[in-house]
Design a protein around this ligand. Sequence first.
Ligand code: NAP
Length: 264
Amino acid sequence: MSQQNIQSVVIIGAGNVAWHVARKLDEAGIHILQIVSRSLSSSKPLADAVHAQYAGNLHSVNRNADAYIISVSDDAISKVIRDVEFDDHIAIHTAGSVTVEVFQPFARHYGILYPLQTFTKGRDVEFREVPFLIEASDPDTLSGIRKLAGLLSDHVVETSDMERCRIHLAAVFACNFTNHMFAVAEMILKQAGLSYELLKPLMRETLKKAMEGSPADVQTGPAIRGNFEVMDRHIAMLERDPELQELYRLISKNIASAEKKTKH
Ligand SMILES: NC(=O)c1ccc[n+]([C@@H]2O[C@H](COP(=O)([O-])OP(=O)(O)OC[C@H]3O[C@@H](n4cnc5c(N)ncnc54)[C@H](OP(=O)(O)O)[C@@H]3O)[C@@H](O)[C@H]2O)c1
């Protein structure tokens, strides 16, 4: 087979990413041969949606696909790679922080197709604007993965392991930690019977400002103003949750020291 021309795939995993990638590849004319997960309750509905076969274990993986897209939880990627025979076919994973070494010595042609976006099953995403970070074992495989990614997005970027892991680290701060802060804010209001809706204009404007320029230039709040009285009061209000108190202190300290670094 030619690694440059991927026309059929098996998708291993039926979670958030697989749910999106399978549908978009199907729409783009790629033949999805099979969806494989640990349980038929997740593989079957996705397989039905993309007219594919399904399996609930790795022993029944279809051996005829041009490429195998492994979109399972990060900790399970190496086990899946060990358990599937890829022969000359391409093995691909979709993780931000799992390096290409995970494929060695189990696959001859392999690569990474990491979509830099947060995915939830059933929630539409503007795919063509999602950056897809790619890497591969050899030029032909890279070309095949680039073409596949190009069917999904207008932003396909070749990155090294080191660059991708760094981008993933930044993404954890920009997305996962930020979302957790929103969840904490919601909880603080809910505990007092107050509406989370009140915060939404503030959340929108925060995001807008951070997108329009450098977020470091538009930081506001008691930590950057050095308003210790207010900060002490906030910490006292969190007395029932020592972990949140610690988080409040740490983030405030980091905001203050980041401000000092930019001034010097
Ligand atoms: N979610 C995101 O926003 C996002 C964004 C970019 C990249 N990624 C990456 O994409 C990958 C998948 O993430 P996800 O969020 O889609 O995960 P997820 O929603 O947790 O789904 C994981 C899927 O993997 C299957 N699975 C786990 N262990 C398996 C095994 N040993 N054999 C076969 N299937 C197995 C699960 O099967 P069951 O359904 O049977 O439990 C499930 O369908 C990860 O590497 C992640 O880092 C995620």
